[in-house]
Design a protein around this ligand. Sequence first.
Ligand SMILES: [Zn+2]
Length: 104
Amino acid sequence: MKINVFGIVFTVRLAEIPDNLAGLCDYDRKKIYISHRQSIEEVWTTLLHELGHALMIRSGVAQSVSNDVIEIIVENYSRMLAEIISVGERDRILSGLKKKKARK
Ligand SMILES: [Zn+2]
């Protein structure tokens, strides 16, 4: 599926990614990969988290703040979004996700 982050269109896929990662935002390639080994709840929070990374880079925040701070912002923001977006809306959005292997 495609998601527009302030004019930059990202392709989002379920994928086989390294075991230590839940998701991956490849900003240069405009790809977001979500580990296929997760529950739907985890896929959702991971998607929101990785979109947060895309937003932090797109907005310029990531270029001026440490990675630790970015992780705190992105994780808290994604959890907040997961709480306020209905399950029905979540399922509608996630229905567009397809599985594809991540390229290295
Ligand atoms: Zn992160």
